[in-house]
Write a protein that binds this ligand. Structure first.
Ligand code: M6R
Length: 614
């Protein structure tokens, strides 16, 4: 993971770098650092353990001047988070500084060779090996910094987004990418480099996405130049991005997560807009329309995803099997990529990813494409690697998600999948006209239904107080609600650090029932009408063993309400769309429990928003 930023131009670099780092903290926050070349050509590197705010304090009174610089916020891979392992790393002579997001897999071999040449290392990181390799090549061949970077990268196996500056050079940053995100923002006589365009959107809307195997020569007196590892110049494609700064701020909420939970009525409107005609209720997804035949001849759909996106994919599987009668599989991308999967050229592979940068998902789609499958992306971040490497796709359009715990992306993903299932079901003739329009209307109503659920916030806040000190939680659901149970449990785990398990309700009696006692809160997703009686049986089984039941019920369900210790009511909704509605109280429950426990909700320990390493 990690976030990188760079600046070269006429302004002072440091404030731009620090602001960029704050916006990139979702990518890692173990340690942070900056390096600037001052007007006299001196290279100053400052770094420390902790968040960007710790770095800001550390910089107080230091010479942080210079109109060229690079900066990094770290999520540790090699070496513990401390001052020494923090980036930027500088070469043995202290003349070259480098920031790196990724992993150099063959760093041991390279390090041994450098050590034999007299190089000594200060840190345990793979990144320090790379900066010394660059220096070694430069010293031995007398070539330019750009050449040395290019030649060094030719020897490297692994993933990287790097930016390199050197003493005495106030004009030029060398940047390169392989499997880790990198974008260059274009200004007038100035350039901004970042892992994520959102972190530099204050300065420009014109971006160049650096591709794998490319080295960018970012010189403030010259047009941007990009070469590949064979030194062949590549064509520069400028992309305009339309992001607003308010989307990147908390807007009065104490945490991004709460803001993102509360903005779901609007983000779902953005997701649906232009895709469902409010009058005719006809659904159109341009990515599917353009590739209609490819979808219609699919004998199987395989979803590949990780984490929350994997949970959303499980709902996609239900929807597509139910409404389109196409067999589906849902794969953890990290397993799929290493287990020699059977992929047929007439399979459609759907990659689901909020960030569009998850390394395992990216690797999975490369395998699928190589095997000849048609690969469709469901991503949030516009221009992300997965969005660019898939054959076609649909953005979920929910705006930047900054809280590490995914909330609005989940509801956006499920909504896009519901629209996809409607489009395919209609095309295949597996879905009757009446049901099609009923569900399309249901999707149009989702923003209003979510608003209704959000009005339960204070009730859920009170409920959360009762459970702040629980050690374990269980979440149960059936059918469409089973993935919601998984997602509810993940939300609680990742931000409150309370152990939680999500299970299909009826599986409980095959083992997990042994865990039930009066200490265990059990969240039961009890909205499904067609298996209402079965859920009641599951609840009775829990009660008989003393478990405390928090049920999520359809408004007016007095039967389950009477059986539960606490209930959260949600408005009636078709079972196919219920996951979007029923997931909201679970997001709020996790949020309030975590806040009560004093956790860092937006930046939970050990996690990072975008997992760009294996
Ligand atoms: O960006 P992606 O959707 O590919 O990310 C996948 C997971 O890393 C992500 O969903 C993760 O599980 C979240 N922290 C969940 O809240």
């Amino acid at each position: 993971m990690c976030g990188i930023v760079g600046y070269v131009g006429d302004r002072q670099a440091c404030p731009i770098l620090l602001k960029g780092l704050h916006r990139l903290e979702y990518r890692g926050y173990d340690s942070a650092g900056v390096a600037m070349v001052n007007a006299g050509g001196q290279l100053n590197v400052y770094k420390c353990k902790g968040k960007v705010s710790a770095l800001e304090e550390y910089l107080d009174g230091k010479d942080a001047s210079g109109s060229i610089g690079i900066a990094h916020t770290r999520w540790a891979t090699h070496g513990i988070p401390d001052n020494v392992n923090a980036h930027p790393h500088y070469s043995q002579s202290g003349k070259i500084a480098l920031i790196h997001n990724g992993i150099i897999e063959n760093y041991r071999v390279l390090k041994d060779a450098l050590e034999m040449n007299g190089y000594k290392f200060r840190s345990e990181t793979d990144s320090e090996v790379l900066v010394n390799l660059i220096e070694c090549i430069r010293d031995n061949s007398g070539c330019s910094l750009a050449e040395a970077v290019r030649m060094a990268l030719g020897k490297v196996i692994g993933a990287y987004a790097i930016a390199v500056i050197e003493e005495g050079n106030t004009d030029e940053i060398i940047a390169a990418r392989q499997s880790s995100p990198m974008v260059i923002g274009l200004g007038k006589g100035e350039f901004f480099i970042s892992s994520d365009a959102a972190s530099i959107i204050d300065y420009t809307n014109d971006f160049v996405y650096v591709n794998d195997g490319e080295v960018a020569i970012v010189n403030r007196h010259e047009p941007l130049k990009i070469v590949n590892l064979e030194n062949k110049e590549t064509q520069i494609k400028v992309t305009k991005l339309d992001l607003s700064i308010s989307q990147l701020e908390k807007g009065g909420y104490p945490h991004f997560m709460l803001k993102e939970i509360f903005e779901q009525p609007e983000t779902l409107m953005d997701c649906i807009r232009g895709r469902i005609d409010p009058v005719s209720c006809d659904v159109t997804l341009s990515g599917v329309k353009l590739n209609r035949d490819r979808f219609l001849k699919a004998r199987r759909i395989i979803f590949v995803a990780c984490g929350t996106s994997w949970h959303a994919s499980l709902i996609g599987e239900h929807l597509i099997e139910d409404l389109c009668r196409i067999p589906c599989e849902v794969e953890y991308a990290s397993e799929f990529r290493y287990r020699n999967p059977v992929i047929n050229p007439d399979d459609v592979v759907i990659a689901v990813s909020q960030s569009g940068e998850t390394a395992d998902t990216l690797a999975a789609i490369r395998i699928a494409r190589k095997a000849g499958a048609f690969v469709y992306g469901i991503c949030n971040v516009v221009g992300s690697s997965i969005a660019r490497e898939t054959d076609s796709g649909s953005y979920i359009h929910v705006g930047p998600e900054i809280g590490v715990a995914s909330t609005k992306a989940f509801t956006g993903q499920v909504t896009v999948m519901a629209m996809l299932a409607l489009v395919l079901g209609k095309e295949k003739g597996t879905l009757d006209e009446g049901r099609y329009h009923e569900l399309a209307k249901g999707i149009l109503e989702l923003p209003e239904r979510i608003r209704d659920v959000l009005s339960n916030n204070s009730l859920i806040e009170n409920l959360a107080r009762t459970f702040t000190y629980a050690h374990n939680f269980m979440y149960l659901g059936r059918g469409y609600n089973y993935p919601v149970a998984l997602e509810g449990a993940l939300k609680l785990k990742e931000i409150s650090y309370i152990h939680a398990e999500g299970l299909p309700a009826a599986e409980m009696k095959h083992g997990p029932i042994a865990l039930i006692d009066i200490e265990l809160p059990i969240v039961v997703l009890a909205t499904s009408e067609h298996i209402h009686e079965k859920i009641i049986t599951n609840i009775e089984e829990i009660k008989a063993r003393g478990g405390r039941i928090i049920s999520v019920i359809t408004r007016g369900d007095s039967q389950i309400k009477a059986l539960s210790d606490w209930s959260i009511e949600v408005p009636p909704m078709a079972a196919e769309l219920m996951p979007v509605v029923a997931s909201i109280p679970l997001q709020l429950l996790a949020y309030h429990v975590a806040v009560n426990k004093g956790r860092n909700v937006d930046q939970p320990r050990n996690l990072a928003k975008s997992v760009t390493v294996e």
